[in-house]
Design a protein around this ligand. Structure first.
Ligand SMILES: [Zn+2]
Length: 224
């Protein structure tokens, strides 16, 4: 019942501190799943954005934070059917984790009360493909160096062609990369690790399916 009420509220008005506080991490994850279903089924509603802009100016109480790739085909708020003031989004090619991303996630959860961290990879990821190809170009080299260890790990036990032209290998590296980012968050952020242990937040992985618009979630991200 609470979810249904909140879903309606999320459709038309900006979240309040009370609404944020009333939700458990599990309920927030359910809301994200419901929003994603709306998106995939094209059941999006028109929201009063100019009113939301004015309402949100006095403060923000987002329910989740999504770490996503830069890819233009992955519009994060749309994918979860969320708008102004609903979710934090951190975007960087290949949804990698570094000190600045960790600081952003800590801010979202510890300071601003977000209840769920979603690390979201996606199909046909150019960053993953470039890391597999070991592309070297300007500052892209340093970025891809953060994904290269994942390519090495994902190669172990994979018998097919280990190139960016093989969709099965790209998908495998993508899934490993999400798991790797989640492990980095747990290992390198004592704040978030403690919040997860205390059940104050959930840290989940997801892969965005380009063909259906659905995000395949897992709280225990299992690598194929
Ligand atoms: Zn990508």
């Amino acid at each position: 019942m609470k979810r249904n009420i909140l879903k309606k509220l999320l459709g038309s008005s900006v979240l309040t501190a009370e609404q944020q506080a009333a939700l458990s991490p599990g309920e927030v994850l359910e809301l994200l799943k419901e929003g994603n279903k709306d998106f995939a089924e094209d059941h999006l509603t028109v929201r009063n954005n100019s009113q939301r802009v004015r309402d949100a100016a006095i403060g923000q109480y987002p329910i989740a934070v999504v770490l996503s790739c830069l890819d233009s085909r992955v519009p994060v708020e749309d994918i979860f059917h969320r708008g102004i003031g609903d979710i934090f989004v951190a975007r960087v090619a290949g949804n990698i984790v570094n000190e600045d991303i960790l600081g952003s996630l800590e801010y979202a959860c510890k300071i601003s009360g977000a209840k769920v961290i979603v690390v979201m990879g996606h199909e046909y990821c150019g960053a993953i493909q470039s890391a597999i190809d070991n592309v070297k170009l300007g500052n892209i080299t340093a970025l891809l160096a953060k994904i290269r260890p994942v390519v090495e790990v994902a190669s172990v036990g994979f018998t097919g062609e280990k190139t960016s032209a093989n969709p099965a290998f790209v998908e495998r590296v993508c899934r490993h990369n999400v798991a790797y980012s989640i492990e980095h968050i747990r290992q390198r952020s004592p704040i978030l690790r403690e919040m997860e242990k205390a059940h104050q937040i959930l840290i989940v992985g997801g892969i965005y399916d380009m063909k259906t618009g659905l995000v395949h979630f897992s709280t225990n991200f299992i690598v194929n």
